[in-house]
Write a new protein. Structure first.
Length: 183
């Protein structure tokens, strides 16, 4: 059994595995989003020239920046972090239009062919690239008449949403307690 074809190929397989190129990190402003922390990403965004509009706090769950100095033709950058530990949950650029073939081409060149996501209507367009543990999505936001480019870590985005839901539940409970006609 020691001289089986599998045993002879095992060393070659291990060498190939160790020397295989790792999938490229998804970075914004030189920070790997898979391992990004709140303070480091905030600092990198500010150093890149973004103007802070609102920073997450007690009842806010994401930062908002003016982003036209960061990415041409964008108007906002939103950053969300899990409050409990400061880990990255999402970054989202907002563009004041519904389409950008040039942006779609650039993303396809960088991350490969996207997965097309069907929308409710034929005119809905969304594209997704999976770069574990991250997902990158380019989608039309019809109600806001905007195009959104989102970098998300789904597991942490779920944590952030749970934190937000819990905060809202606590706020409703507080309001109900304070109402004299609640009882």
């Amino acid at each position: 059994m020691a001289d089986s074809p599998v045993m002879r190929l095992l060393p070659l397989f291990l060498i190939l595995l160790l020397h295989a190129p790792a999938s490229p990190a998804v970075e914004l402003f030189g920070i790997d989003l898979a391992t990004a922390r709140r303070d480091a990403l905030r600092q990198a965004v500010r150093q890149a020239g973004a103007e802070l509009l609102r920073e997450a706090g007690e009842g806010e769950f994401f930062d908002a920046y003016r982003s036209d100095a960061l990415l041409a033709e964008s108007r906002r950058l939103y950053l969300g972090f899990v409050k409990a530990d400061g880990t990255f949950a999402f970054a989202e650029y907002e563009f004041p239009r519904l389409r950008s073939p040039r942006l779609l081409r650039k993303l396809t060149q960088r991350y490969g062919p996207p997965e097309r996501i069907e929308g409710r209507f034929l005119t809905d367009q969304a594209y997704r690239w999976r770069q574990p543990p991250l997902e990158i999505t380019l989608r039309q936001d019809w109600p806001a008449h905007a195009l959104r480019l989102t970098y998300a870590r789904p597991d942490r985005l779920q944590q952030l949403r749970a934190e937000q839901a819990e905060w809202q539940r606590q706020q409703r409970a507080k309001q109900d307690k304070d109402r004299p006609d609640a009882w």
